[in-house]
Design a protein around this ligand. Structure first.
Ligand SMILES: *Cc1c(COP(=O)(O)O)cnc(C)c1O
Length: 406
C-alpha cells in the first residue's frame, strides 16, 4: 500500500497529533471556490476561508497555475541567493503601499517577531538600550511565539512559559487617553490591529488611530499595524490603513497574502529598514520562490477595482441578511467589522455560546468561525459568489433556529 493511501480518520487525530487543537468532527478533503467536501462526500459552504486566508477561495485556477509553473522551475534556494518571484512580489507590494522595503517570512507571528525586533533595534541604535518599551492593546493577538504572545494582551496565551520578555505595556483598545498616559520617551513602538480579529472583530475608531500616529511621531516611537488578518483586500482596500488614511511605520501581513500558501511579510520605510542590516535578522524559507510566486499572483488579482469593490458589495449582502436573522431570533446586539471580516456580537442571553452556533452550523454543512466566546466571525473568500453567500446564510439561519430551539 502506498503511503498516500493509508486510511485515516478523525479519531486518529487524538492518537497521533499533539493536542494543541480540537478540530471539527469531519475531515475536509477537497475544495473548489467556496465549497468544501469532506471524506464522506458531504458538501459544505465555506464562510471561514481558512481563517481569513483563502482570499480567492479554494483551487483558484490562476493560483494553481502560478504554483505549478513555479514548482517546475525552482522551489527553494535560501536567502544566500535571491530569486525572481520574491523581487517581483516586493516591487509590487512597495508600489502598492507606503512602504519602500519588504522582509518576507512564513507566518504572521514571524512577521510580527521581525517587526518587534526591528522596532527595538531602531530605537536601540538611535537612542540607546533604555528605549525598548512596546505598547500593545489588551485583547490583541499577534501570534504564538513567546515574544508575540507576550506583546499581545491575552495572558492566557503567555502565562506558564517561564520568564516573559520585559518592557511590554498593555492598554485598553480604542482608548486614546490610556495610550497617551502610557507612552513615553522609553516607548520604541505601539502595535495595533486596525481591526482586532481574534479579539472579537473590533474595528479601531478613526480618532484612535490618528491619535496613535501623532503620539508615536511625538515620541519617536514606531507605529506598527498588524494587518496579518485585516490586510490583503479583506476590508475592501488592499490594506486597512488605507481605509483610515493613517500610515504606519511598519505593517505586517500574512494570512491572505499567500491565498493558502504560507507566507508573511513585514513592510517598512527606508529610514527604518536600514537598522536591519546584513545579519541582524534572517530566515531560511522566507521569500522562497514557491511562496512568492503564489503571493505575487494573489496580489495581482486582489489589488484590482473588481475584487476590492466586490468585497464592499458582498459586505452589504452579508450584513443585511445577518441583521435580519439577528433581529428575527434576537441573538445579536451588533454586526460589525469591515468588508469580509464580519463579526456578530451575541446578545446577553447567548453570551459565551459562540461554539454552539459553530457546531450547529457544521450540522447544516456550513463552516463559520468564532472570535472568542461571544462573537461569530465570517471571513469567506473575497470572490465568493452571491449565490454561495445566499445559500450559506440560509444554512446559517437554520443553524441559528436549531440553537434557539434547543
Ligand atoms: C493570525 C494572526 C497572527 C498570527 O499569524 P500566524 O500565521 O498564525 O502566525 C498575528 N496577528 C494577527 C492579527 C492574526 O490574526
Amino acid at each position: 500500500m502506498s503511503a498516500s493511501h493509508l486510511p485515516v480518520e478523525r479519531a486518529d487525530f487524538d492518537q497521533v497529533m499533539v493536542p494543541t487543537f480540537a478540530p471539527a468532527a469531519f475531515i475536509p478533503v477537497r475544495g473548489q471556490g467556496s465549497r468544501v467536501w469532506d471524506q464522506s462526500g458531504r458538501e459544505l459552504v465555506d464562510f471561514a476561508g481558512g481563517i481569513a486566508v483563502n482570499v480567492l477561495g479554494h483551487a483558484h485556477p490562476a493560483l494553481v497555475e502560478a504554483l505549478t509553473e513555479q514548482a517546475q522551475q525552482l522551489w527553494h534556494i535560501s536567502n544566500i541567493f535571491t530569486n525572481e518571484p520574491v523581487l517581483r512580489l516586493a516591487k509590487k507590494l512597495v508600489a502598492a503601499t507606503f512602504a519602500d522595503r519588504a522582509f518576507f517570512c512564513n507566518s504572521g507571528a514571524e512577521a510580527n517577531e521581525a517587526a518587534f525586533k526591528l522596532a527595538r533595534r531602531y530605537a536601540h541604535d538611535r537612542h540607546g538600550p533604555e528605549k525598548c518599551e512596546i505598547i500593545a492593546a489588551l485583547n490583541s493577538f499577534h501570534g504564538r511565539t513567546l515574544f508575540t504572545v507576550t506583546v499581545a494582551g491575552q495572558p492566557k496565551y503567555s502565562d506558564g512559559f517561564g520568564p516573559k520578555i520585559q518592557g511590554i505595556t498593555h492598554v485598553p483598545y480604542n482608548d486614546l487617553e490610556a495610550l497617551k498616559a502610557a507612552i513615553s520617551d522609553k516607548t520604541c513602538a505601539v502595535v495595533l490591529e486596525p481591526i482586532q480579529g481574534e479579539g472579537g472583530v473590533l474595528p479601531a475608531e478613526q480618532a484612535y488611530l490618528e491619535g496613535a500616529r501623532e503620539l508615536c511621531s511625538a515620541h519617536d516611537a514606531l507605529l506598527i499595524f498588524d494587518e496579518v488578518q485585516c490586510g490583503m483586500g479583506r476590508t475592501g482596500s488592499l490594506y486597512a490603513y488605507m481605509d483610515y488614511g493613517v500610515t504606519p511605520d511598519i505593517l505586517t501581513n500574512a494570512k491572505g497574502l499567500g491565498g493558502g500558501f504560507p507566507i508573511g511579510v513585514m513592510l517598512t520605510t527606508n529610514a527604518v529598514a536600514k537598522y536591519f542590516s546584513v545579519g541582524v535578522h534572517g530566515t531560511t524559507y522566507g521569500g522562497n520562490p514557491l511562496a512568492s510566486a503564489v503571493a505575487e499572483r494573489v496580489l495581482d488579482i486582489v489589488n484590482t477595482p473588481e475584487v476590492l469593490g466586490g468585497v464592499k458589495s458582498r459586505h452589504e449582502q452579508f450584513k443585511a441578511r445577518l441583521l435580519e436573522i439577528g433581529q428575527h431570533y434576537g441573538i445579536f446586539t451588533e454586526v460589525r467589522g469591515a468588508g469580509l471580516l464580519i463579526g456578530c456580537v451575541l446578545a446577553e442571553a447567548w453570551k459565551g455560546k459562540a461554539k454552539d452556533f459553530f457546531d450547529a452550523s457544521e450540522k447544516e454543512a456550513l463552516m463559520i468561525l468564532q472570535a472568542g466566546p461571544d462573537v461569530l466571525r465570517f471571513t469567506p473568500s473575497l470572490i465568493i459568489s452571491e449565490a454561495d453567500i445566499d445559500e450559506g446564510l440560509s444554512r446559517f439561519e437554520r443553524a441559528v433556529a436549531r440553537v434557539v430551539k434547543a
